[in-house]
Ligand binder design. Structure first.
Ligand code: 13P
Length: 247
């Protein structure tokens, strides 16, 4: 049985003060659950968030890393920096990073490998645009993105990864993939992982759905056989996140 993982991707929201206030208000309601709960917060909020969740089972994640260990990469953050302060997870290849910051499939692969080498759990994002869905290539796209993201990742590391299926047209739009659409894509991701690693491994890899998850649609999505939780944007910034975690 895969443990569900419900992660909030705060994106560029909340200052450190707001971070403390939000986590203090919600932490008792989203800790001690059967699920893994992660807040992926802006870099400057990490220390505050880590302090705020002390004594709970809530994990703290970052939203990106650089693929190199260190060096002349102005404005970037390394995996070692995150690990040293207690960060355990990192979102890799979010569609906003692909769209606005030029991240590529191979860059995502490099970042996933670096995360694993440093002991961070990568939450690897894949998903199609609205045009791609209309063109009928959704499954081809998520298969290709998944295949490239996992290039040269050995099976022992693959098991530690989380994949987030996030259809771009459902992000921040209030449009949610139906549970059948989400399941179809998540199953396709599991199938391609099965082709690479065998089903014993692909059955262990957790696959989340992301894209306008709310308290009212979470349970329908999360009960699908290949959906192991969610990567939640807007709704993870609200008190209702508690209802998503306790779906
Ligand atoms: P929303 O839940 O706001 O649609 O965002 C989803 C997302 O991008 C999570 O990474």
């Amino acid at each position: 049985m895969r443990k569900k993982i419900i992660a909030g991707n705060w994106k560029m929201n909340y200052t450190p003060k707001e971070t403390k206030a939000f986590i203090d208000a919600i932490k008792d309601k989203v800790s001690g659950t059967p699920h893994e709960v992660v807040f992926c917060v802006p870099y400057v909020d990490l220390a505050t968030a880590l302090e705020a969740v002390k004594g709970t089972d809530i994990k703290i994640g970052a939203q990106n890393i650089h693929q190199e260990d260190k060096g002349a990469f102005t404005g970037e953050i390394s995996a070692d920096m995150l690990v040293e302060i207690g960060v355990t997870h990192v979102v890799i290849g979010h569609s906003e990073r692909r769209q606005y910051f030029g991240e590529t499939d191979l860059g995502v692969n490099a970042k996933a490998k670096k995360s694993l080498a440093k002991g961070l759990v990568p939450i690897i994002c894949v998903g199609e645009s609205l045009d791609q869905r209309k063109q009928g290539v959704t499954i081809d796209i998520v298969r290709l993105q998944t295949r490239i993201a996992f290039l040269d990742i050995p099976e022992g590391d693959a098991k530690k990864c989380v994949v987030a299926y996030e259809p771009i047209w459902a992000i921040g739009t209030g449009l949610t993939a139906s549970s059948d659409q989400a399941e179809e894509a998540c199953k396709a991701i599991r199938d391609v992982l099965g082709e690479i690693y065998g089903t014993a491994v692909s059955d262990e890899i957790r696959i989340q759905y992301g894209g306008s998850v709310t308290a009212s649609n979470a349970s329908e999505l999360f009960k699908m056989p290949d959906i192991d939780g969610g990567l939640v944007g807007g709704a993870s910034l609200k008190p209702d996140f508690e209802k998503i975690v306790n779906f």
